[in-house]
Design a protein. Structure first.
Length: 247
């Protein structure tokens, strides 16, 4: 049986660094793309810079990984539900929410690594955040509705992305905000070719979201994932901000 890479310690370590590492811990090269750092924080701050969410808002963070964006949402929202398909990711996020200092490995070269520690961001009320394992294509009706749905770099990792998109209108309250980011990296190992967009990913989103949603903004969001001291994944995600129609 094929192992889900998002359940491996290697990916948990990489994502803990991606979410909680300091800038210099991720990128020591001054000439590197430093504007791509801090993506889990920027995906939230960009949302609130361009949208209005009511005080005490209820937010859903789908594909929350190890939880940093959920904690950032809690700075603005009264309740945040973080959901991820990876049990290993959710376990790490919950440990951090509970106040644990979570050690993880940052690989240097070959099998050498240094040990860093992930901690919950300061000034975040952990009582506002909960984490659970779930499938973005089968989000339960018991979740209720939300003022904000945040889904970062999730779409092109789903076997059937249309199922997720069809579920979104019922998740958002009228005038609710939806932020989607995606690197538009469609791979057969995650999504059968028959379920890829026929054209652009943005066109695919418009096809499935326009009507229930109004597209408010499209912008680029670079991000950087460190694999080891001399190898990085530099990617430019396409971000889109949508508003749920008031009918």
């Amino acid at each position: 049986m094929k192992v889900n890479p998002y359940e491996t310690r290697k990916l948990v370590d990489e994502y803990l660094l991606f979410h909680y590492g300091a800038d210099d811990e991720i990128l020591s090269w001054e000439s590197g793309p430093r504007n791509a750092l801090g993506f889990p924080v920027r995906s939230v701050t960009e949302t609130f810079a361009w949208s209005s969410v009511p005080p005490g808002a209820r937010a859903l963070d789908v594909g929350c990984a190890v939880g940093r964006s959920s904690f950032e949402l809690a700075r603005h929202c009264g309740e945040v539900v973080g959901i991820d398909f990876s049990e290993a990711f959710v376990s790490a996020a919950e440990a951090i929410r509970a106040g644990e200092r979570l050690d993880y490995r940052r690989f240097e070269e070959a099998s050498t690594f240094s040990t860093l520690t992930a901690v919950r961001p300061e000034d975040v009320d952990p009582g506002r955040v909960s984490f659970q394992r779930g499938d973005a294509m089968e989000l339960e009706t018991s979740l209720g509705s939300f003022d904000l749905v945040h889904a970062a770099n999730l779409l092109c990792r789903l076997p059937e992305p249309e199922r997720f998109l069809r579920r979104l209108p019922a998740l958002l309250r009228p005038s609710g905000q939806l932020v989607l980011t995606t690197p538009c990296t469609w791979l057969e190992e995650f999504t059968p070719v028959s379920n890829w967009p026929e054209g652009s990913t943005l066109g695919f989103l418009k096809q499935h979201l326009e009507g229930p949603f109004v597209l408010r903004r499209v912008f680029d969001m670079p991000f950087l994932i460190r694999e080891h001291a001399r190898k990085f994944q530099w990617t430019v995600a396409q971000a889109s901000l949508w508003e749920r129609s008031a009918f």
